[in-house]
Design a protein around this ligand. Structure first.
Ligand code: BTN
Length: 234
């Protein structure tokens, strides 16, 4: 595992894709991004002090692309576990891959596919203050504890944790991870709205299922969702 550090990049995900000869788990970290990218084409803007990094993971033979829809969940879970080792807070896993604490988002993940590899980009609010655009919905470790953290330590802890869980996954132990994820399921029992595919639907979130989808009770009907935006209903 090699670490490449930069003062400023447009986006660590974009940059890592342009590098040749990177090994699996080599990491690119930037102090600052000028064009950070979030999911669904949204920008991802952070103040100085956030952990912004990307690494590559190889697609393994024998694991289908459907199985790989679980990858974001495994990454989110690994961020949560890595953070827990650094600071033992009551983190929750918000399907499909965000980490929440005190009802606010502390980490976001962007997974992209490149040939037979996955580019895994992670943003963690560590020592940063929240950007004004996300003040009410995001939170950083430092805002909670008042302490200053080593970003490198957090990043390494998260990638080590991911390695362990990815090995479990490729060795057929997804069920073990799923059990843990369901204990930390932020959405469980919450009234949510689902948009993104067709009309907006509303229901009560249940468990995360074996295939990685989220169970939602819409009236008496139980449905499973694998894509779409989840909002907590007001
Ligand atoms: C989201 O919640 O929408 C995903 C945010 C992902 C942000 C990280 S920061 C490091 C990496 N580089 C990017 O441009 N995006 C990801």
């Amino acid at each position: 595992m090699k670490i490449f550090k930069y003062e400023e990049l447009d986006s660590t995900n974009k940059f890592i894709k342009s590098l040749d000869n990177l090994q699996e788990y080599d990491i690119v970290i930037a102090k600052k991004q000028t064009a950070g990218r979030g999911r669904r084409g949204n920008p991802w803007t952070t103040e100085l002090g956030a952990g912004l990094f990307s690494f590559l993971v190889e697609e393994k033979e024998g694991i289908s692309i459907e199985e790989y829809t679980k990858l974001p969940l495994i990454i989110g879970y690994s961020v949560l576990k890595g953070l827990k080792k650094i600071e033992n807070l009551d983190y929750k896993f918000k399907w499909t891959n965000d980490v929440y604490v005190q009802d606010k988002k502390i980490s976001g993940i962007l997974v992209e596919k490149m040939e037979n590899k996955f580019v895994i980009g992670i943003g963690i609010n560590i020592n940063n203050k929240m950007h004004s655009s996300v003040e009410n919905i995001g939170i950083s470790l430092r805002e909670i504890t008042g302490k200053e953290y080593s970003i490198d330590e957090v990043v390494i802890e998260v990638v080590e944790e991911f390695k362990k869980n990815y090995d479990k996954f490729i060795n057929g132990k997804w069920e073990e991870i799923l059990l843990e994820i369901n204990k930390l399921n932020y959405l469980f029992g919450k009234r949510i709205k689902i948009s993104g595919i067709g009309e907006i639907q509303e229901g009560i979130a249940g468990d995360i299922l074996e295939d990685g989808r989220l169970e939602v009770y819409i009236g008496d009907i139980k449905k499973a969702f694998n894509i779409g935006e989840i909002h907590i209903a007001k």
